[in-house]
Design a protein around this ligand. Sequence first.
Ligand code: MF3
Ligand code: CO
Ligand code: CO
Length: 260
Amino acid sequence: MRSQPSKGLVLLSDKELDKMRRVGRLAAELLNHLEPMVQPGISTQALNGEAERWTQAHGATSAQLGYTPPGHPPFPGSICTSVNEVICHGIPSRQQILKAGDIVNIDVTPLLEGYHGDTSRTFFVGNPSPSAQKLVQVTHECMLRGIAEIKPGARIGDIGAAIQAHAEANGFAVVRDFVGHGVGRQFHTEPSVPHFGQRGRGLRLKPGMVFTVEPMLNEGTYDFRILGDRWTVVTKDGKLSAQFEHTVAVTPDGVEILTL
Ligand code: MF3
Ligand code: CO
Ligand code: CO
């Protein structure tokens, strides 16, 4: 998400963390459920329809459907499907048929018992080019390296610094304008979690903080533009972009990934 005005930093209680574990697991299971459907010939709308059906069947709703942050129209899908040069917030469409060689990020955010679980993965459709596969692999590694920095007393800047170093060492650019975010009862709240930056800078992490780490890496530059639908974010140069996202909690002795 783009940096949002502050809605206040909250620390979650153990009871709330249990709810976050439940919805986080549900979000991960939804991606597991969709993964085998990601095949050449399927439309992104078909993935969306199955995601909506599965979410409802599990007693949850999609926080993305109808989501209307300032400056945006209501989001028209239950998931985001971001194909190839789409950085994030791709809108599922009946006309968009996945083809062999594509990469597609599916971003899901079920809402269960008042809590949000936000996670995404980039999937291969058939066999993408070696360079596309490398982008996706390095993006996944970046997310994990960012998460590995998280523990009480660490700084928000440590996360971005680790991600940026690994991305740039591999020749990729880190998207600047869309960042990780606090999540819980609110979909997008403080803190803002940049995927670039300087070690030792920024907010000090405390047990009970819950936020996302969701780096977007581009093959070319990090410049972007937004399509006329006012949601779809694409690379300015038309080159590929990939993303992975987990929701994590800072624990007394480190970090817990809630969306495994
Ligand atoms: N799940 C996205 C995120 O990681 C937000 C999508 S908002 C939507 O923050 F409206 F586009 F669905
Ligand atoms: Co997300
Ligand atoms: Co998110």
